[in-house]
Design a protein around this ligand. Structure first.
Ligand SMILES: Cc1ncc(C[n+]2csc(CCOP(=O)(O)OP(=O)(O)O)c2C)c(N)n1
Ligand SMILES: [Mg+2]
Length: 568
């Protein structure tokens, strides 16, 4: 953390959240580097701070207190071997399933491994005995970072408690001056109203009916709820009917499986770019299911909603998807089952609320179709595939523009095919192999929509054609490089852009097809794409259906689409 009051503001917010989450006791031991942590714990006023000379005693005292109270105890120590002296207690806490919040002080990065005193490698120092490790880093006390700090403290407490309880370890690099040089002012980002934690995490267990009743209570005062559904496996198809019954707009990424039914909206990526639309359609409750969708306008919109707008996420797999720290509640419960149960208790929303969203969605669809016309462009291919594949098919989408175009341009469809994508780390690697893996276990045909760089990256994956006897339909969008980068500011850096970022390669994929024993066909018209798709879906061989596009034209087309489909 930097010098000045920032460190102390950030730590004050962190400790404030510990107290709001129910932490009542903290253990300290002496040192210089840890003084910001000690001061924050002592000065909060709500924690009983137990002082110990020896960190080993301090750690075991914390274990005893947490065990007896059944709630997490915070513990801090200074840098160096002090942190190592907590190891026996951290190990005991892990083995005995005792929740601890371990906050070690550390030297900042510039003072590590350069001969500065009392600096050892503290990163993951407790190894697998810590349930969760965070290198907190150094930050200015901006509202965004304060929000993150509050969320971090809540996550530390809930992580220590949930599932198998145990110790979590946060390592705090701290810079001098280690004491505040002036009175700390008011908090630039105060906590939630009513003393509530920034983020509450609760578990409904298997009881969807109970969760549904609880959600109906949360939704009771909401007149304008919105559901956001992102990637989930298994899919969230069941959300569609519940949202329809409730009259709640459902902003559904195709990767959620929920882009179906009378409440689903397909073109939120365009709608949410409009300041007038977002001002008019302001929700008073947001319910998030699955991962966060890729759409940047959607993410920015969620971040920009006022703090008073309750945002709740279903998170049964502990994904903690909340990069901006805007969630109020996380619920460890099945979203589709809970919303179905909610529909039994909550009244239907005013039909006008959903109708406004649907009308805007329909207008965006008409505008998109008008701009796309019948030319074979990248978004047109995504729209066509989304409309054409049978319900029995699986669409495997590559990262980069294919996943974005499928999100932005696939219409709502009740019999939509399943859509999968490697979005865990957003890599463009291994996509061909993953699609073959899906084909190995799927009853229906598997179609892979992939860019040229991603295909070049996993060309070796095509060996599965000969070695496994499996078949894919590969739709290759070949714009000779990473088309996505044309959208970024780096595209203006012409001296390095083409060669080092866009990476054109000039590969003729007909040769790759021949090498690996696939068919290859280049299509230039929508009708030809349809024919090629239909033929391939019934063919036991693997086809590469190639569509050549131009990166610069693709950028212009996307801008025209945004201009036409974004409400004025
Ligand atoms: C393994 C890996 N390396 C690098 C990247 C960075 N990256 C993101 S998109 C992209 C270009 C992808 O190009 P292409 O597959 O042709 O799709 P397009 O952008 O043209 O739609 C790259 C290199 C990544 N995501 N994963
Ligand atoms: Mg490309």
């Amino acid at each position: 953390m930097p010098a000045g009051p920032d460190t102390h503001l950030l730590l004050r917010a962190f400790v404030d959240e510990l107290a709001r989450c129910g932490v009542r006791d903290a253990c300290t031991s002496p040192g210089s580097r840890c003084s910001p942590l000690v001061l924050a714990l002592v000065r909060d006023g709500r924690l009983r701070c137990w002082s110990h000379i020896d960190e080993r005693c301090s750690g075991f005292f914390a274990v005893g207190a947490a065990k007896a109270a059944g709630r997490p105890v915070a513990i801090t120590c200074t840098s160096g071997t002090a942190a190592a002296n907590l190891a026996p207690a951290v190990i005991e806490a892990w083995e005995a399933r005792v929740p601890l919040i371990v906050m070690t002080a550390d030297r900042p990065p510039e003072l590590r491994d350069v001969g500065a005193g009392q600096a050892i490698d503290q990163l993951k120092i407790y190894g697998s005995a810590a349930k969760w490790f965070v290198e907190v880093g150094t930050h200015d006390a901006t509202p965004e970072r304060l929000r993150w700090m509050r969320m971090l403290a809540c996550r530390a407490v809930w992580t220590a408690l949930e599932g198998r309880p145990g110790p979590v370890h946060l390592n705090f690099p701290l810079r001098e001056p280690l004491v505040p040089l002036a009175e700390l002012g008011p908090d630039p980002l105060p906590g939630r109203a009513g003393g509530r934690p920034w983020l509450l995490r609760s578990s409904a267990g298997e009881d969807a009916a109970a969760a549904g009743r609880a959600l109906a209570i949360v939704a009771r005062d909401a007149h304008r709820p919105v559901v956001v559904a992102g990637r989930a496996e298994p899919g969230l198809e069941g959300l569609a009917a519940a949202c329809e019954r409730l009259g709640w707009p459902l902003l559904a990424d195709p990767l959620s499986g929920a882009r179906r039914g009378g409440a689903a909206l397909a073109h939120y990526d365009h709608l949410l770019r409009s300041a007038s639309f977002t001002a008019a359609q302001r929700p008073d409750l947001v319910i998030r299911c699955g991962d966060l969708p890729t759409s940047k306008p959607l993410r920015m919109w969620l971040d920009s909603l006022p703090a008073a707008t309750t945002q709740l996420a279903f998170d049964p797999q502990s994904s903690w998807h909340d990069p901006s720290g805007s969630l109020h509640n996380m619920l460890d419960a099945d979203p589709a089952a809970t919303l179905a149960a909610t529909a039994a208790h909550a009244p239907r929303a005013d039909p006008a609320w959903l109708a406004e969203w649907r009308d805007a969605d329909a207008r965006a669809a008409t505008a998109i179709d008008g701009v796309l016309g019948d030319a074979l462009s990248e978004p047109r291919v995504a729209r066509e595939i989304g409309a054409r594949l049978p319900a029995t098919a699986t669409l495997y989408v590559a990262s980069s523009m294919p996943v974005r175009d499928v999100e932005g341009y696939t219409a709502v469809r009740d019999d939509a095919p399943r859509v999968l994508c490697n979005r865990g780390a957003n890599g463009i690697d291994g996509t061909v192999s993953s699609a073959f893996g899906a084909a190995a276990v799927s009853g229906g045909p598997v179609v892979l929509l992939i860019g040229d760089v991603a295909l070049a990256h996993d060309l070796g994956g095509l060996l599965a054609v000969r070695r496994t006897g499996l078949a894919l339909t590969i739709v290759l969008l070949n714009n000779d490089g990473g088309g996505i980068f044309e959208f970024l500011p780096v595209a203006g850096e012409r001296d390095a852009f083409e060669q080092h970022i866009a990476t054109p390669h000039g590969l003729d994929y007909a040769h790759a097809a021949a090498l690996y024993g696939c068919d290859h066909e280049r299509v230039t018209a929508v009708g030809d794409l349809r024919d090629a798709l239909d033929r391939s879906l019934n063919d036991p061989r693997t086809q590469i259906i190639e569509v050549r596009t131009d990166r610069a034209e693709n950028l212009v087309l996307h801008r025209a689409l945004a201009a036409a489909a974004t409400p004025g």
